[in-house]
Ligand binder design. Structure first.
Ligand code: NCD
Length: 342
């Protein structure tokens, strides 16, 4: 398999619009090779001496830490800036200047920022590759790739493929950047059925609907979870309260779409895989994905988070051009490894 269809080395990763199916397949091929490193069966120091600038100007747990972990697992060092108020952006510095400066201190940068388009603007001043870790309500390309990687694995374990998939997306489809990026990626495949379930005020943006219909896919839009949904995947999302202009709006939609064992059994099939980009809002008044599903074999949320490390490792290896020399820099693992569930 070759990367001829997509030249990753030195590239920014800003939007899923950059990828075609061949590029995705190649990223997943490299991600599969990362599993033994992530499981600590062996280790590589291929990025020894390299520095990741991990810039998170919005709250994050798994995206920030999995970017850092992925870089560490390839032997590199991580330098973090967390929170707008801790950076010179709070003193009025432009994204361009911050990028010029910080790219002098790093070999690659991962960045999250509350404004749509901000990461692309930042990349214009960067001398090193920039990976978008979420820009406002716009896009979250690495999450979409790890979601798609998970979907492919789940389909395989059920004897099916991404082509022909029926996915139900539930919740805040207006502000949820993960579903925007995921819809665009899935639209590259064949014969997908999208069932979009959200309050009309939080419906999927027109630009994403166009990507779906232009790809010739089937689209069902509704504001209620009703009847039987013959979906392979149920992708639940969090109401993105931080993007709302008023608290009233947040109060109106909080807890509107809940998923627990009883609701799942009533509306979905025994085969339906449950996904969520996380964090799930577990406060009683929201409780969008109940703990009573935690032991359900179809709950893929922690397979998603584990897969996130593999996909981010692959993206680092590809953008820094080391995907073919990882084995040459392997070292033994000297400590006892816990049993992995990856
Ligand atoms: C998502 C995000 O930040 O867009 N989280 C994540 O990165 N896994 C989803 C969310 O915050 O609801």
């Amino acid at each position: 398999m070759s990367a001829q269809s997509f030249n990753f080395a030195g590239q920014h990763i800003l939007s899923v619009n950059q990828f075609n199916r061949d590029a995705i397949e190649y990223i997943f091929h490299i991600a599969n090779q990362m599993r033994p490193y992530a499981q600590r069966q062996k280790r590589t120091e291929v990025l020894r001496g390299a520095i990741l600038g991990n810039l998170f100007f919005e709250p994050s747990t798994r995206t920030r830490v999995s970017f850092g972990t992925a870089f560490n697992l390839l032997g590199g060092e991580v330098r973090e800036t967390v929170g707008m108020s801790n950076s010179a952006l709070a003193k009025g510095e432009s994204l361009y200047d911050t990028a010029r400066v910080l790219s002098g201190y790093s070999d690659i940068i991962a960045m999250r920022h509350p404004q749509a388009g901000s990461v692309a603007e930042f990349s214009g001043g960067s001398r090193v590759p920039v990976i978008n870790g979420g820009d406002g309500a716009n896009e979250h390309p690495t999450q979409a790739l790890l979601d798609l990687y998970t979907i492919e694995k789940e389909c395989k374990s059920h004897g099916s493929t991404i082509d022909g998939l029926h996915i139900a997306m539930i919740g805040d489809l207006k502000y949820g950047r993960t579903v925007h990026s995921l819809c665009k990626l899935l639209s590259l495949y064949n014969n997908i059925h999208f069932t979009l379930i959200s309050p009309t005020e939080l419906a999927m943006p027109e630009s994403i609907l166009s990507a779906i219909t232009n790809g010739g896919h089937k689209l069902t839009i509704t504001d209620q979870l009703s009847g039987s949904v013959d979906a392979d995947i149920c992708y639940q999302t969090r109401i993105q309260e931080e993007r709302f202009t008023s608290q009233d709006e947040a109060d109106k939609f909080r807890g509107k779409f809940r998923l627990d064992q009883a609701i799942y059994t009533k509306h979905f099939q025994s085969k339906t895989v449950i996904m969520h980009p996380l964090p799930r809002d577990s406060r009683a008044e929201a409780n969008e994905l109940d703990n009573d599903l935690n032991q359900h074999p179809n709950l893929a949320i922690f397979r998603q988070t584990d897969n996130g490390v593999l996909v981010r490792m692959a993206l680092f290896a590809l953008t820094l051009g080391v995907e073919n020399i990882m084995q040459q820099h392997e070292k033994p693992v000297l400590w006892q490894t816990p049993k992995s569930t990856l």
